[in-house]
Design a protein. Sequence first.
Length: 182
Amino acid sequence: MTSETKAVEMVAELMALSARTAPKARGTDSIAIKVVAGEDLMSLSREMRHIGEERGLSHLLRDAGNMEQSDACVLIGFKGESAAGLDCGGCGYATCQKMLDAQKNSSQDRPFKGPNCAIRMADLGIALGSAAKTASLHNVDNRIMFTAGVSALSLGWLDGCNIAYGIPLKAAGKSIYFDRPG
């Protein structure tokens, strides 16, 4: 393991802390976090590649290649059975209870399960932004990836989560996450 890889893994732990302590509506935490490195990182990449090949999605294959080159990845998911309890209607339902009932009855064959609380989705976005900011503050290249989250959920790594994203990390002379083919 190189000194850069060790440093990136330390930053990944700091990112998890940033996500955990990010502001959340009504002071209620509804996120799950997992830091992966080493063989787990390769397992995540293999799952991304498997899903990409199975569904004919070239962007999953491209992202799997990025994951293989990464030093670590921070996975952040939203625990689905959580609603802010504000009956705001942002989810498309009149009440939080109606949204939760629809969620339980959902039989979607999609990467993410829904419907979900709009307020909790904002919480997830703030947690992701806080984690990415921490990586940036430590000069670690990163990119928030939908594809990594889909694959982590497929592997069952974020129990109870309906939606997840991954933030792969790399310390190199040039960011591997930008100027990418297709």
